[in-house]
Structures are given as structure tokens and as C-alpha cells.
Design a protein around this ligand. Structure first.
Ligand code: AMP
Length: 223
């Protein structure tokens, strides 16, 4: 089953994705993670993308689409692909439809995460990230066992440069102008399910699992 997680920055896409991968063995494709990996490795893609990311801007469509097309050439590793942070524009969504068609598959479901503005700001300001392995934490809802140290690899936890208040504002504007129109795009294709992504991680993971089970019952996923 191929799924897109849609939602504003701070809606909990990455946190939910980690649980869904554990439950369903999905292959995880996060454009933000791939960009950050390339920035850490100082590749030409990373150098090209970093100025946009640090300013809270979207990386241009042609760069992002080429990167995903390249990624999708690798052998598949899970029970389906879980996309986090891609697509973020209608142009990217159309490109994804074409790429999946070429792979003789399709997008089965889009889970739209609904959260209040207050929750977004609260989650982003408490978000921390491991500098070495990229694992995400939240000071309140998902703290590391030892403060500022990654449970997984022992790396230092930092605040993402693009989680500063002024950059958050720019990212939310891009979400409103470029990404939110995808709700209508996928509603029209009748594959969009909105879930309330507030409250505890267990509660919203359960709501997403219920939505996936419903999509399976409706025959949207034939393994
Ligand atoms: P994320 O980790 O998903 O919040 O992404 C971090 C940043 O990477 C975003 O604010 C954008 O600057 C960039 N980015 C990630 N995914 C995309 C995308 N699909 N299109 C354009 N820029 C993206």
C-alpha cells in the first residue's frame, strides 16, 4: 500500500510515520530526511537545497522531483511506500502519479493530519533532532532518556535551524499557499482521509491505523 502523509509542519508526520513503519513495515521516504542527509554529506544536492531549507522556502519542484525519481529507482524494501513531506505542491503530486504509474502501482491513500495552529507552534518549538542519525524527539511528548543525547546512537540533539519562530512563519505560509491545495487534489481522487492528529502519540497512531484498516476493507490495498 502506498500512502502519503499530508499536513503542515509540526503536524506530527515524522512521529506518526515511525509508528506506522513499525506496525506495517512500510518503506519510508521523507524528502526532508533525504535533503538533511545530503546537507550533512555536503553533496551538490545538499548544497543546492540548504539555502532554501534554512530560509524556510520550498526546494524547487524540478530538484525535488528529480531526487525522488532517483530514489524510486532503488529496489523496493517494504510492504509499500510511506511518503512524508512529498508531495508538497500540485506539480509534485502530478509527477508522483506519473512515477508510480511507471512502476505499475499507484497511490492508495493520503492521510491528512489535522492539528490546531497552537499545537503546530508548540510541537515545532519543542522538537529536537539527532545531528548524527537524524532521529526526531520532542522535549514534552517524546523526550530522550538522557537530556540532549540520542537514545539510538548517542549523538547530540539540536533544534533544527528551520524551527526558529521567524522561519516557522514562512514555512506555514508555504504550506497554506502550495501544499494545502493538495487536500482538494486528493479529495477529487477519493483517496483522502483526514484524521485528528492531536493528543497522545498512541491515540493518533490508533486513529491512523483505523483509517488504514478501513481503506484495506474497502479494497484499496491488495498485497
Ligand atoms: P520536513 O523535514 O519535511 O519538514 O522538510 C524540511 C524542509 O525541506 C522543508 O521546509 C523544505 O524546505 C524542504 N522540503 C522537504 N520536502 C520538500 C518538498 N516535497 N518540496 C520542496 N521542499 C521540500
Amino acid at each position: 500500500m502506498n500512502i502519503v502523509l499530508l499536513g503542515p509542519p509540526g503536524s506530527g508526520k515524522g512521529t506518526l510515520a515511525a509508528d506506522l513503519i513499525r506496525l506495517y513495515n512500510f518503506e519510508y521516504v521523507s524528502t526532508g530526511d533525504i535533503f538533511r542527509h545530503n546537507i550533512r554529506e555536503k553533496t551538490s544536492l545538499g548544497l543546492n537545497a540548504s539555502e532554501y531549507i534554512h530560509a524556510g522556502q520550498l526546494v524547487p519542484d524540478h530538484v525535488t522531483i528529480a531526487m525522488i525519481a532517483d530514489h524510486l529507482k532503488q529496489p523496493r524494501t517494504g510492504s509499500g511506500i510511506l511518503f512524508d513531506g512529498f508531495p508538497r505542491t500540485v506539480v509534485q503530486a502530478e509527477a508522483l502519479d506519473r512515477m508510480l504509474m511507471q512502476m505499475q502501482t499507484e497511490l492508495h491513500m493520503v492521510i491528512n493530519l489535522v492539528v490546531s495552529k497552537e499545537t503546530v507552534v508548540e510541537r515545532l518549538s519543542n522538537r529536537r533532532l539527532c545531528v548524527d542519525c537524524g532521529r526526531g524527539y520532542n522535549l514534552v511528548s517524546l523526550p530522550s532518556k538522557v537530556p540532549d543525547i540520542c537514545d539510538q546512537c548517542g549523538g547530540d540533539l539540536i533544534q533544527r535551524a528551520d524551527d526558529r519562530p521567524e522561519t516557522i512563519r514562512t514555512r506555514l505560509e508555504h504550506y497554506r499557499d502550495s501544499t494545502k491545495p493538495l487536500i482538494a487534489y486528493y479529495q477529487e481522487k477519493a483517496i483522502l482521509t483526514s484524521i485528528d492528529n492531536e493528543g497522545s502519540i498512541e491515540a493518533y497512531t490508533q486513529r491512523a491505523a483505523d483509517a488504514i484498516a478501513k481503506a484495506q476493507r474497502m479494497g484499496k490495498w491488495r498485497p
